[in-house]
Each structure stands twice: as C-alpha cells, then as structure tokens.
Design a protein around this ligand. Structure first.
Ligand code: PMP
Length: 361
C-alpha cells in the first residue's frame, strides 16, 4: 500500500477513484489536447464541466429550482462576512447559536457589521452538547438564525434541525455537507468550504434561496455579492476551475460509485459507531461529547495519559495512519472520518488503538 489512511480535518482525504480519474485526465482532458487547468473558464469544455458538477450536486441534494448554487472563493471564513453583508441590508439583527470555535468566529465577524444576538449558547457546559430547541430564544427583529451543523474541532454535531419559524436558517455546513441527506428547503443559506467533503481547498459552496439574493448592504464588494455571483453563474471573475472540476468528480463518485447520500449516511453511521464504541469500551480513551451530539465526521479523543500523545502519533504514522493530532488549540487526538475515508481506515485505526492500549495502557 503506498497510499496511507488520512484522518486530516481538512484539506482532507479525497476518494482514490477521483484522484485516479483526475490523473488519467491530467494532461489531456477527454482528447482535447489540454488539461482542465489550462482551459478558459468560458470555453465550451469548462462550462460543460461546471454545469455537470452543479447538476450532480442538485441531484444529490434534491436542490429545488428556486435555490441558486454558487461556486465561490475565500473559504468558509469569508462566508462569515458575506452572510451579514448579503442579508442585513434591510436591517434586523443577526442571530447566532454559539456552539464552539467555528460558531465563535462567525459571530465575531458578523459583530463587525451589526449587533449580533446569541440565540443559544452551550459554552457553560463546555460545548459538550448543542443548545436544545427549548434553550433557543430569537431576538424580536431577527434577520436570520445562523448555526454550525458540525463543529469540526469540538466534534459536536446537531442531531436536530433548529426551528426558527419564518426567520431564514443559515448554516455553516463545512464539515458535514453531503455526509447525509438533508432537506434544502429547510434553509435560507447553506455554505461550506470544499476541503472536507466536497473537493480541494479553494472553492466554497453556497446554496441560497433566491428571495434572499436582494437583501445586501449597499457597501458590499462585488466579489462578495451573492446576487452578482448568481447573475454571472459564479463566473463574475475567473473561478477556481480545477477545484470546481475535482469537486464535480467527487459529486459523480457520490452519485454513481457510492449510490447517493442515503448510502453514504449508512456507511458514515457505521464508521462513527464502531469508532465511538472502541473509545467507550476502553478505560484508556475518552470523548466528552453527549452521545446524541457526537460528530459522525470528526471524532476527538484523549488518551488516559497525555504524556503518551506523541508516542501515539508517532506509532500511528508508522502504521500508515496519518494526521490524527487534535487541533492545535485543544490537543489530544482527532480522527476525521469524512466520506472519502474508507471503512477499512476506521477498522485499521481501531485495531491500532487496541494494540496501543495493550502495550501502554
Ligand atoms: N467552518 C467550519 C465548520 C470549519 O471546519 C472550517 C475549517 N476547518 C471553517 C469554517 C473555515 O473554513 P476555511 O478554512 O475554508 O475558511
């Protein structure tokens, strides 16, 4: 085996079949004598690639025609600003659920533009369970309710859809989009950086209900305007064409190789269940998150003695298990088990963890 098992939180593992296809097409895309990287974004070839990617995504998520799909740049972090800039032009307060590191960053950015209202907060319990619906209180003048469906660092995932009545729901779905089916019509805006479940870094996906396209602040930069991006089919300027192409290969893989999001969700649930079971069945490994809110994508865990962390990581790497260190802000371990991480990788990790515990526990 030359390719190792990669548990990186992002940029994350890509399906091997996708990499092989990209490799085969790298220098000469479908006999046209040039690579996708060298094509004009306005060429018939690339427009075809872009349209197929969007259609496959629409099929996977059942995206209705009154939603626009935007292929943007700047990462999810730029969306932290774009959401308020695009949605607060008619006033109202942005409402946020505070669930961990990424929600806090979104809140800090929105607070540059408006007086944010924290509509739900689980900081007092150290972000170990999401705010319950009964704990969520919107402000009277809420313009939208923003939440982070999966906190990538904390390993905290919503197990229910927050209810916000007629107020649009805005979701940072960076680390769990496409991991399970969802009903797009529940949301006003969904956004996600590509580098976990979509494709390579450099592309940011936005799915937006079309009645929300015209609520931007006057000062909004053109490149940040959902309206301008929508009117220009995400080609107002030169888009990240290769990342768009590779993301299209991932959508095709999900649709045709995996067989859709129901199938993907089944596999993901199985992978997560066995890894959490291995953690719970040992006295050596631990995870603090309430069972219902444990992330199916990012599994943080600690060792009984953190002096062993370095040895664990070294031995894991020697065993072909890469990128298991927790985020630099929290330490410990984290196994990110996105769509493209095969079940065999999780099995190998569990076997290694058992062996490590026997020798060091
Ligand atoms: N939101 C979440 C949930 C994330 O996991 C990340 C990246 N790890 C971000 C936002 C920021 O994404 P980007 O690096 O694309 O700006």
């Amino acid at each position: 085996m030359t390719r190792k098992y990669n548990f990186c939180a992002g940029p994350a593992a890509l399906p091997e079949a996708v990499l092989l296809k990209a490799q085969a097409e790298m220098t000469d895309w479908q006999g046209r004598g040039l690579s996708v990287m060298e094509m004009s974004h306005r060429s018939e070839e690339f427009v075809g690639i872009a349209e197929k990617a969007e259609q496959d995504l629409r099929d996977l998520l059942n995206i209705p025609s009154n939603y626009k799909v935007l292929f943007m740049q700047g990462g999810a972090s730029s969306q932290f600003a774009m959401v308020p800039l695009n949605l607060l032009g008619q006033g109202g307060r942005p409402n946020y659920l505070k669930t961990g590191v990424w929600a806090k960053k979104a809140i800090a950015e929105a607070s540059r533009y408006a007086d944010t209202h924290i509509a739900g907060n689980c900081e007092a319990r150290n972000f170990t369970s999401v705010p319950a619906q009964s704990e969520i209180v919107l402000s009277d003048d809420a313009a939208y309710l923003h939440f982070t469906s999966n906190e990538t660092i904390g390993g905290l995932q919503f197990d229910y859809l927050p209810e916000s009545g007629s107020i649009p729901l805005v979701c940072d779905m960076s680390s769990d989009i496409l991991s399970r089916p969802l009903d797009v019509t529940d949301y006003g805006v969904i956004y996600a950086g590509a580098q976990k479940n979509i494709g390579p870094a450099g592309l940011t996906l936005v799915i937006i209900r079309d009645d929300l396209l015209d609520q931007a602040m006057d000062v909004i930069p053109s490149m940040m305007s959902y309206r301008i991006m929508a009117d220009n089919d995400s080609m107002y300027n030169t888009p990240p064409t290769y990342a768009w192409y590779l993301s299209g290969l991932v959508f095709d893989w999900l649709k045709n190789d995996v067989g859709g999001l129901e199938k993907m969700a089944e596999i993901n649930a199985r992978k997560a269940a066995k890894l959490y079971a291995a953690i719970d069945n040992s006295h050596f490994y631990g995870n603090p998150i309430a069972v219902a809110n444990r992330s199916q994508m990012n599994v943080p865990f600690t060792l009984a003695d953190d002096a062993l962390d370095k040895v664990f990581l070294q031995e894991a790497e020697q065993n072909g298990l890469l990128n298991l260190a927790g985020h630099r802000s929290v330490g410990g371990m984290r196994a990110s088990i996105y769509n493209a991480v095969p079940e065999a990788a999780v099995d190998a990790l569990i076997a290694f963890m058992g062996d490590f515990e026997q020798r060091h526990g």
